[in-house]
Design a protein around this ligand. Structure first.
Ligand code: F6R
Length: 264
């Protein structure tokens, strides 16, 4: 796991966008379109802003495909806080992906197991995810795989943890009763199949989760800790999110001495 710490959220987002742009260009050079896994929430906002700049500078995303991580169950897709709406605003309108190439789970599906199985099939049919963008919950969740989730799980329905409901109430005028309790989420096993993972986190309320994810035991108590088993993860942090890392000095030292061929 590579951990890179930046002064602020904007620089972290700029770096994450550079990684995603590089993978997108590598895929294009190999004659195929990249597949992105896309997260919602506050963490990747700066990454999407910088991807928007990259596109303005010539990055071609016209054939890039994307799969969203998760969606609320029972929330009208037209609701501004449905993840379909958020992905349309951030990834389609802002970054410029073609709407028909962007997939979001249907949280209103009448047959939820089929919806989840079909989503897995669509990812497979696209030959898997080249680069998965992740945030992390303050309780260590990735996607909406809350503590207690199977580390081998596939796309399915989950019940949000009360902590997540409280954290996400900020998107619903601070009213926890308006936050849906159920969601559909890619499983941890699904996420782990992405070829590259870029996790972005900022702010002091993520510091404990980031430390458990990177330096704690691999445990369902912190679902993000499973990323220690993935061979190609870059964690992009601001100073505040990195503040509880025990090996922070080492991560900085490693970046100062990064071999030239590993520089993005
Ligand atoms: C969002 C998602 C979640 C968020 C996490 C952090 O699609 O899957 O895991 O990444 O809840 O949310 P923010 O970034 O809003 O703090």
């Amino acid at each position: 796991m590579e951990i890179i710490i930046f002064k602020d959220r904007d620089r972290a987002g700029e770096y994450a966008a550079a990684l995603i742009a590089a993978i997108t260009e590598e895929c294009a050079a190999a004659g195929r379109s990249a597949v992105w896994g896309v997260a919602t929430g506050s963490s990747p906002e700066s990454t999407y802003q910088h991807l928007q700049k990259r596109v303005a500078e010539g990055l071609d995303v016209s054939a890039v495909k994307a799969f969203a991580l998760d969606e609320y169950v029972g929330l009208d897709p037209a609701h501004p806080e449905s993840y379909r709406s958020v992905i349309e605003a951030e990834v389609v309108k802002k970054v410029g992906l073609a709407p028909q190439n962007v997939h979001v789970l249907d949280g209103m599906a009448s047959d939820i197991p089929s919806e989840c199985a079909n989503y897995e099939q669509k990812i497979k049919a696209a030959c898997g995810v080249d680069v998965q963008i992740l945030g992390i919950g303050a309780n260590g969740h990735i996607g909406f795989n809350e503590p207690g989730s199977s580390l081998a799980s596939r796309t399915r329905i989950k019940t949000l943890a009360p902590k997540t409901v409280a954290d996400n109430a900020r998107f619903f005028d601070g009213d926890t009763s308006r936050v849906p309790v159920h969601c559909l989420t890619q499983g941890i096993g699904t996420i782990m199949e992405a070829r590259k993972i870029v996790l972005v986190a900022d702010g002091p309320n993520k510091a404990a989760a980031v430390a458990s994810m990177a330096e704690g035991p691999i445990s369902t108590m912190c679902p993000g800790s499973v990323l220690q088993l993935h061979p190609n993860v870059t964690v992009v942090l601001d100073e505040a999110a990195a503040s509880e890392l025990k090996l922070k000095d080492y991560y900085n030292f490693a970046q100062e001495n990064i071999p030239d061929f590993q520089r993005p």
